[in-house]
Design a protein around this ligand. Structure first.
Ligand SMILES: Nc1ncnc2c1ncn2[C@@H]1O[C@H](COP(=O)(O)OP(=O)(O)O)[C@@H](O)[C@H]1O
Ligand SMILES: [Mg+2]
Length: 361
């Protein structure tokens, strides 16, 4: 939960600060006024990267050398100061004065999820976003996950480097043992996490789409075989391509909807609802594990949704009990609950319309 936020020289926001409501915050303004930039800045403080995939050079206010972000984040009874600075020298992170932790420290301090107009990619896009979806939950639910994931990435890199360098089969096999152990660990935590999340996924699917969603984890190698066997059989092809074709880096989450494959859903609006159900389920699961309300950023939730769908989404969001920062063109497009904070943004400048009345002391 973020109580106070300040962005300096981030995109069009030269200096923007706001005291947030613990419940609902609405930022409204015309096109290109800076609404998404503000959410992107808040998200950057919890991820160390842009949810729009922008580079540092794109994010720094034109003509400036760096941007600065600062937040007071509350977790249980503790308030922690979180800062991020990015410039040509790279990302610098500070969590309560400690600059060692990097982006993972930001994610620990300010866990958040985003629903933006691109959220449908979680359903219609490639498997990487779905792997990241599972890994995000795993990161918050299982403490060892990040370390296992990092070690696996390293083992994969080393095996691929050996393949590219045309190392002998014996050398490549010597990398397999560690690769397999780490792959199984990653695979196991993703499976457990999907089981923990499944009930929420089903419930939010019912709420938002009125139908049963099914999720099946595909681990990234042949179901009938051990990873060792798959690697052995795949060795000639791996050598040909210079990259490992089997393992959890090729995993996917198969989603089906009314017996159909969700990727083939034609309506963008339905894809958005389905993806939103997934994001809400992930948020709920992490929130339960961490025993604290998380932050949910909703960028233009009204986009692509009819009035009924938008109302179902906003009801599901409010039942989640997380902290929300939402944007819209007009303040009336969403119906903020009583006590919500309301901000207007115009050419990168924020004005408080309605200050939060429930910020904890
Ligand atoms: N690095 C930057 N420096 C200054 N302005 C920028 C930068 N990057 C983007 N902008 C401008 O910021 C404005 C606000 O963009 P955005 O936050 O996406 O608007 P909104 O979501 O309100 O429609 C746009 O006019 C864009 O051109
Ligand atoms: Mg926008």
């Amino acid at each position: 939960m973020i109580r106070f936020f300040r962005a300096t020289n981030f995109r069009c926001l030269e200096s923007a600060e706001l005291t947030l409501s613990a419940d609902f915050n609405l930022i409204y303004g015309a096109n290109a006024s800076g609404k998404t930039s503000l959410l992107e800045a808040i998200a950057y403080l919890g991820r160390g990267k842009s949810f729009r995939g922008a580079s540092t050079a794109d994010l720094i206010n034109h003509g400036k050398d760096e941007f600065l972000l600062f937040g007071e984040v509350q977790s249980h009874a503790r308030v922690c100061n979180v800062g991020a600075r990015n410039s040509r020298n790279g990302l610098e992170v500070r969590v309560d004065g400690d600059s060692e932790g990097g982006a993972a420290a930001l994610a620990d301090a300010l866990p958040l999820q985003v629903i933006d107009p691109d959220v449908h990619n979680l359903v219609s896009g490639g498997p990487e976003l779905r792997r990241r979806f599972l890994d995000w939950v795993a990161f918050h639910v299982e403490h060892e996950h990040l370390l296992a994931w990092r070690k696996f990435r390293r083992a994969l890199k080393q095996r691929n480097a050996a393949l590219k360098a045309r190392a002998t089969p014996a050398t490549i096999r010597s990398w397999n043992v560690e690769f397999e152990v780490l792959a199984e660990a990653l695979d196991g935590s993703r499976r457990r996490v999907l089981e923990v999340t499944r009930e929420s996924l089903t419930r939010f699917g019912q709420k938002l789409l009125g139908t049963e969603l099914r999720f099946e984890y595909q681990r990234g190698w042949n179901k009938e075989k051990s990873l060792g066997e798959a690697l052995e059989e795949g060795l000639p092809r791996d050598q040909q391509l210079g990259a490992t074709q089997h393992g959890p880096h090729r995993a996917d989450l198969k989603i089906s909807y009314d017996e159909r494959q969700a990727r083939k859903l034609v309506s963008r609006g339905q894809q958005k609802l389905l993806a939103s159900a997934m994001v809400l389920a992930a948020t709920e699961t992490a929130q339960t594990a961490l025993e604290r309300p998380l932050l949910l950023l909703l960028d233009d939730p009204a986009a692509e949704l009819d009035a009924g769908s938008l109302a179902r989404l906003m009801t599901a969001v409010s039942e989640l009990g997380c902290q929300v920062v939402a944007t819209s063109l007009e303040p009336s497009a969403l119906t903020p609950p009583p006590g919500a904070a309301l901000f207007h943004v115009e050419q990168g400048k924020l004005t408080v319309i309605e200050a939060p009345d429930n910020t904890p002391a």
